[in-house]
Design a protein around this ligand. Structure first.
Ligand code: BJW
Length: 229
């Protein structure tokens, strides 16, 4: 079981050029969250939602991991199984930096979910074209992401890791969305040391033993360097 659990959010990918959700120039500026990140929004206007995710998937080609992703990959090379990254992000920047122990609790842009057979499959194209499911052939694919009201992926594994870790670090997340926003309290209740690394104090900043504020691209490499000493 991992000694260190790192939770990441949109802020870790901001310096790579991936917009966050709730900042002034965020992804949802121009979109109502109910229109694009809920099952009800998808049912009401599937084309708008599919286009929103198709554009974000296409935009991945133009971004690269930044020093924060690379520092976590370097930490995994040293610690191996003692590090688990739990990300709320649906981009693939942790993997492209070299991390292999990554839990995408809110799903992945490069995966599609079939609403007919419930299969998940790697996907790189445009869902707006209604491609066939590789498993059952139906044209009923949706983004493989977790919307409000849906259950995040791999929760049992995450809760086990929070219960056993010695250190919990939260990077680049506003602390506005549950269950991720509650992880700090869960880890702390089980005795973990808790650290926030974020541009500004998050909504739950007072739950952490320590908070450092600044850019993830500066704070994460400095924290990793301190650990590896
Ligand atoms: C930087 C930076 C830099 C910027 N360096 N930092 C009432 C009370 C409590 C809970 C609920 C409630 N009503 C409903 C709920 C539950 C609901 C919820 O939380 N609602 C809230 C609105 C209150 N949650 C759910 O429905 C979840 N499911 C659930 O609870 O199921 C029940 C269940 C759980 C567990 C077990 C069993 C059952 C599902 C939530 C799904 C969230 N989905 C989204 C969309 C995913 C697909 C997509 O990407 O489009 O996930 S919403 C969106 O928010 C996305 C993100 O992952 C998530 C979090 O956002 P994040 O990452 O924090 O981004 P920002 O923009 O908010 O913050 C960025 C931060 O970075 C900021 O602080 C910046 O300052 C900082 N930053 N640049 C460092 N360079």
């Amino acid at each position: 079981m991992a000694r260190i659990v790192v939770l990441t959010g949109a802020g870790i990918s901001a310096e790579s050029g991936v917009p966050t959700f709730r900042d002034a120039d965020g992804l949802w500026e121009g979109h109502r969250v109910e229109d694009v990140a809920t099952p009800e929004g998808f049912a009401a206007d599937p084309d708008t939602v599919l286009r929103f995710y198709d554009e974000r998937r296409a935009a991945l080609a133009a971004v690269e991991p930044n020093p924060a992703h690379h520092a976590l990959a370097e930490l995994e090379r040293v610690l191996g199984d003692d590090l688990l990254v739990v990300t709320q992000n649906i981009d693939d920047l942790h993997e492209r930096a070299g991390s292999t122990r990554v839990v995408h609790m809110h799903g992945e842009l490069l995966s599609a979910l079939c609403r007919s057979c419930e299969g998940r499959a790697p996907f790189r194209g445009a869902l707006l074209n209604r491609p066939a499911c590789p498993g059952c052939g139906s044209r009923d694919l949706r983004p493989d992401v977790v919307w409000f009201g849906e259950i995040p992926y791999r929760m049992e594994e995450i809760l086990d890791a929070l219960a056993c870790c010695e250190t919990f670090v939260s990077v680049g997340t506003s602390g506005a969305v549950y269950p991720a926003a509650g992880f700090v309290q869960q880890a702390r209740a089980h005795g973990a040391r808790t650290l926030e690394l974020n541009l500004v104090p998050s909504e739950g900043t007072h739950f952490f033993h320590e908070a450092r504020h600044g850019r993830a691209g500066d704070l994460v490499p400095a924290w990793v360097a301190g650990l590896l000493g």
